[in-house]
Design a protein around this ligand. Structure first.
Ligand code: NAP
Length: 284
């Protein structure tokens, strides 16, 4: 069994991005800028945003931190997005979800300029992903593809079974795998005979949000198992896969923590650099 080390791969990506940023700075005098928008004081969201801002600075990007109180109105937030859309130093905009109840998240995500939508959630980018010509694709799913590539795991012709159909993980990772010529099956809470389906997988992606949900009985020998889940059990981070028994059958497996998680932030930074490069190309 090969343990897929997302932490190591994400550090390699970050180093590459930092180098490229330095080169572009020398050539253009400009650096990528990422704006993070945090509404309210949810501790988990605050940690995520802090890490994103810290990573920006480590890579030589400019970080624009927007912290707003939880009682901000939808109109005020839309106004901020409008300002960030027109700020030429901002190449990526990330609105940390979830947003408070008085704000329609869909409306906010749709207000972001698709060229600055580094999360890849704008309907225009979702459409581009489906058509197969997206520049900015969602970070966690793209990170999964990069991990498979890094470990030389063949995707073309393989049967990929995706557990979960969310807009953030399940659907986009399915589209990316399909683009790479996998045969895909998407499972969800109404899927019948789940075990039978998951046992057919060459590549199994678990994005269910339930700790240790995927048992050894659900996995065939030599399956590549990608665990997207982040669940807290007794204060400890736990994936969707029952790691010990499943790892005895898998050919490759991602641990939690240290698997898919670190890739998400690295891919956010990669998307910001892509958006920056596109803006430079358009200027010249
Ligand atoms: P989500 O929106 O809650 O979606 C969960 C999916 O799992 C749904 O499609 C649901 O089906 C399906 N599901 C639930 N119970 C099931 C069952 N018994 N059998 C089969 N399918 C079932 O979650 P998400 O946003 O995709 O996230 C999934 C997990 O990944 C969470 O633990 C989350 O924290 C984690 N995550 C990690 C990262 C990272 O950076 N590593 C990023 C994003 C998310 P229905 O559609 O029928 O309800």
């Amino acid at each position: 069994m090969v343990l897929i080390d997302g932490k190591k791969v994400s550090i390699e990506i970050r180093n590459r991005l930092a180098e490229e940023t330095q080169e572009l700075k020398k050539k253009t005098g400009k650096i990528p800028g990422l704006a993070t928008v945090l509404v309210g004081d949810d501790p988990a969201s605050a940690v995520y945003v802090r890490n994103k801002n810290k990573t920006c600075l480590e890579l030589g990007y400019q970080s624009f931190e927007k912290k707003l109180s939880s009682d901000i109105s939808e109109t005020q937030l839309l106004q901020l997005i409008k300002e960030l859309n027109s700020n030429e130093d901002v190449h990526g905009i990330l609105v940390q979800l979830p947003l408070p109840d008085q704000i329609d998240s869909e409306k906010i995500l749709q207000a972001i300029d698709p060229d600055k939508d580094v999360d890849g959630f704008h309907p225009i980018n979702v459409g581009r992903l489906v058509v197969g010509n997206a520049l900015l694709t969602p970070c966690t799913p793209t990170g999964i593809i990069e991990l498979l590539d890094h470990y030389g795991i063949e995707i073309s012709g393989k049967h990929a079974v995706i557990m979960g159909r969310s807009n953030i993980v399940g659907k986009p990772v399915s589209m990316l795998l399909l683009q790479r010529n996998a045969t895909i099956t998407i499972c969800h809470s109404r899927t019948k005979n789940l075990e039978e389906v998951t046992r057919c997988a060459d590549i199994l992606v678990a994005a269910v949000g339930r700790a240790n949900f995927v048992t050894a009985e659900m996995v065939s020998e030599d399956t590549v198992v990608i665990d997207v889940g982040i669940n807290r059990v007794d204060g400890k981070l736990t994936g969707d896969v029952d790691f010990e028994p499943v790892s005895k059958k898998a050919s490759h497996i991602t641990p939690v923590p240290g698997g898919v998680g670190p890739m998400t932030i690295a891919l956010l930074m990669e998307n910001t650099l892509k958006a920056f490069k596109k803006s430079i190309e358009e200027e010249s």
